[in-house]
Design a protein around this ligand. Structure first.
Ligand SMILES: *Cc1c(COP(=O)(O)O)cnc(C)c1O
Length: 397
């Protein structure tokens, strides 16, 4: 008998833990230890879930909605999701195309699993959301990164996508508005990019998690509305976490062509079953009680917008930092490459010397940047940028 247990699987040994959760965790631990930390690391709204959504969940719990529900979601919620795609985008779909999953992250993973076999290639635009490469690898597929830096506003051009396609390419991931850059593609830009996907018969995973967190009067584009051909190969992921401050509820949504939706529901039936039944009634209230939800969203959006402009203005006053004004999500992605140290080193020293937490761009596949979340108070933003400026002043350029 061996004295050591056998090694863990290749999946377990190859997966990287989420660097964003790690920085946020370290900042929270420092705060808990009584340190005065300014954290720009949060990946979630700093608001609480609106009351009417909580009330509906509590009523469902008290009313005995405590049993298994259909795997792809309770019927009224799937219908409400179809209705909202119709009213927001004029998109026609049926409830069988909708799958409600335990968090948008899992919706994304199931979308990859339903379309990719081992050895298939997936085009992942960088800077990317940290989970895409890991999900692709867990499906046995191969992420192919295409970097779009601040010179193109963090947006891919069709030529960049075309250059990354090989005979093995199966899936193109798109995420607009983007985490980590906040960049939003125009409808025309997306039309040109999906044309490349159509030409090579690729599936598209469109992560539209931040569709409602968008500023300056810009309208989000639901990629599945671009044409019936595009809809026939697009898996749209969205959810409740970011829009309605419901990150802890773990509810995300997929809208997919029928055969893909059926495959995703079957995968989910073996991997997690339904989302917590009474939580789904909260999500239903978020969609049904439109006036209350709209009012709550408006308050959050105006706070995010104010902080976005505050942070953007202050960052660009710091010699050596340049930052684009992103139109969506709640992140800015300033360029710090002029300081001549790696972004990991920059973040490490910033946290040690000034107790300011930021996530290095390299965590998102883009060295030389920081991801700063402005889902935090105006006061923290103001205090944090003063410290950041002081820190930058100590660096040679
Ligand atoms: C937060 C986030 C998700 C998933 O959110 P859940 O909390 O799992 O619902 C998906 N995609 C992006 C880009 C995100 O930032």
């Amino acid at each position: 008998m061996s004295t050591h247990p056998a090694p863990l699987s290749t999946w377990a040994r190859n997966v990287s833990p989420s660097p964003t959760l790690a920085v946020d965790g370290k900042a929270k631990a420092m705060q808990a230890a009584g340190e005065d930390v300014c954290s720009f690391a949060a990946g979630e709204p700093d608001f609480d879930t609106p009351e009417h959504i909580k009330d509906a969940c509590i009523a469902a719990l008290r009313g005995g909605k405590t049993k298994y529900a259909p795997t792809p979601g309770i019927e009224p919620l799937r219908q409400a999701i179809v209705d909202r795609y119709a009213s927001e985008y004029g998109l026609n779909a049926v409830p069988a195309q909708v799958i409600v999953s335990p968090g948008g992250k899992f919706n994304c993973y199931l979308g990859v699993l339903a379309t990719c076999s081992p050895g298939d290639e997936v085009i992942v635009p960088a800077p990317y959301w940290v989970s895409y490469p890991e999900m692709v690898k867990l499906a046995g597929a191969i992420p192919k990164f295409v970097l779009a830096d601040d010179r193109t506003g963090f947006r891919l051009t069709p030529a960049m996508v075309e250059a990354a396609v090989t005979p093995r390419t199966k899936l193109l991931i798109l995420n607009s508005p983007s985490n980590p850059t906040g960049a939003v593609y125009t409808r025309a830009e997306l039309l040109a990019i999906v044309a490349v996907a159509l030409k090579h018969n690729l599936y598209i995973l469109s992560d539209e998690m931040y569709e409602h967190l968008i500023y300056d009067g810009v309208k989000p584009t639901c990629i599945a509305t671009l044409s019936p051909e595009v809809a026939a190969r697009t898996i749209t992921v969205a959810g409740f976490s970011k829009t309605y401050a419901m990150t802890g509820w773990r509810i995300g949504t997929t809208l997919a062509p029928l055969p893909v939706a059926k495959a995703i529901a079957e995968l989910q039936s073996q991997m997690s079953s339904n989302v917590t039944t009474f939580a789904q009634f909260g999500a239903l209230a978020a969609l049904k009680e439109k006036e209350k939800t709209g009012a709550a969203l408006k308050i959050m959006l105006s706070a995010f917008d104010r902080r976005r402009r505050l942070l953007h203005g202050e960052l660009n006053k710091i010699p050596g930092i340049t930052c684009l004004l992103a139109e969506g999500a709640f992140y800015l992605f300033p360029n710090i490459s002029s300081f001549g140290l790696t972004d990991v080193e920059f973040c490490h020293r910033l946290l040690e010397s000034e107790k300011v937490a930021a996530v290095p761009g390299s965590a998102f596949g883009a060295e030389g940047y920081l991801r700063l979340s402005y889902a935090t108070s105006d006061e923290i933003i103001q205090k944090g940028v003063v410290r950041l400026a002081r820190f930058c002043g100590t660096l040679a350029r």
